[in-house]
Design a protein around this ligand. Structure first.
Ligand code: ATP
Length: 359
């Protein structure tokens, strides 16, 4: 099912908009993630999709038809909540079959369908257990099976993995993604965890203060963030930012730090910002220890974190701390002087005032 949010607004207290003119299109069978910090409006958007909250402006379309007046139970939506919301007195099978019972599906058919859904999430051998006799990951699977059993046209996942430990999260990430692709259900997942959104979603709608900041594929958000907000929100370890002032000399920027000049292609966007503040953004994996990049800085090693496949080194440059993801053979001790470098092409530049990308 294709979903469209058109100019969607929600006001609770008439003072400010919790959701402010949100426009998002989701293709049939697509998996998108609503991502953003706490309070940005993810849950409010989800509850409007589910029909629990009524929008104060704009519209929601399912396959080109407005669902404004459609009751929640008539929207054919499957939902998985953060808390799973399983019925403790029912068995796994009864929990999964429950939505079909509400739809008055005959008993034999609902048991067959519930067993099929249970098999899809590998719960076949747990059908008679109560939720309290299951692990967190198994409870999660029951919630998932219960959400898909009625073959919904839209699957809403609200922070579905936040109660699982790190290893199980990675396992369930893959399972949910695989199941979603197999079934081809249009899916919207709310999360504040950028890694979860990056690894699972076809596209990410990154929100801030009730507004959409950027809507793009994970790699597009990572490589071409449209603003400082997106750049600092996406990627682990996070992007480094150095603050500076623009001075344009022909086709280079005098960045004002360690007398570095940066050749920058779009100098025309910089002329009008002469002497204004910018943030220079460099991803930790685009930096290395050594002078062979075309932009280098001198610094002092302040912290070394071995990660196994690489080492994260924190280097202090003129009061700024920069993190470098380097190879596992790197050896340096705290307080040592090092040169770090990068290629200018991988550097991002943001207007310090508006946060907009100047790339
Ligand atoms: P979180 O990640 O913490 O769950 P969120 O992104 O889901 O946050 P929402 O819960 O949608 O954010 O809240 C968006 C804004 O709307 C917040 O400023 C919140 O305080 C406000 N809000 C949400 N629900 C209500 C309500 N029932 N009454 C008044 N204000 C509300």
């Amino acid at each position: 099912m294709k979903i469209e949010l058109r100019d969607l607004c929600k006001t609770f207290d008439k003072k400010s908009n919790a959701i402010n003119h949100l426009n998002i299109e989701i293709n049939d069978g697509e998996f998108i993630s609503l991502l953003g910090p706490s309070g940005c409006g993810k849950s409010t958007t989800m509850l409007m999709l589910a029909g629990i909250y009524k929008p104060t402006g704009g519209s929601i379309l399912f396959d080109n038809r407005s669902v404004g007046d459609l009751e929640p139970q008539r929207r054919n939506i499957g939902m998985v909540f953060q808390s799973y919301a399983l019925y403790p007195h029912m068995t796994v099978l009864e929990n999964i079959a429950f939505p079909l019972k509400q739809m008055k599906v005959p008993k034999a058919e609902r048991l067959t369908r519930a067993k099929q859904a249970a098999a899809m999430v590998r719960l076949d051998s747990f059908l008679d257990r109560k939720p309290s006799e299951l692990s967190g990951g198994q409870q999660q699977r029951v919630a998932l099976a219960r959400a898909i059993v009625k073959k919904p046209s839209l699957l809403l996942l609200d922070e579905p993995l936040s109660n699982l430990d790190a290893r199980l999260k990675i396992e369930m990430r893959e399972e949910i993604r695989k199941l979603q692709k197999e079934l081809g259900i249009t899916t919207i997942m709310v999360t504040h965890d950028q890694e979860e959104a990056m690894t699972m979603a076809d596209r990410i709608a990154l929100m801030k203060d009730g507004e959409l900041v950027q809507y793009a594929s994970p790699m597009e958000l990572y490589n071409n963030p449209n603003s400082y907000f997106v750049a600092q929100f996406i990627g682990t370890p996070p992007m480094n930012f150095l603050q500076g002032n623009i001075r344009v000399n022909g086709d280079t920027i005098d960045f004002g730090m360690q007398n570095k000049t940066i050749p920058f292609k779009n100098t025309h966007v910089l002329f009008e910002r002469e002497n204004q503040g910018v943030y220079l953004g460099i991803r930790p994996h685009d930096l290395k220890v050594g002078a062979d990049g075309d932009l280098s800085f001198q610094g002092i090693v302040r912290f070394v974190e071995p990660l196994g496949h690489s080492i994260l080194v924190s280097v202090e440059i003129e009061n700024a701390m920069v993190r470098v993801l380097t190879n596992p053979h790197f050896t340096a001790s705290y307080g040592e002087n090092v040169t770090i470098s990068t290629q200018v092409d991988s550097v991002q530049l943001f207007d310090a005032l508006t946060g907009r990308s100047l790339k």
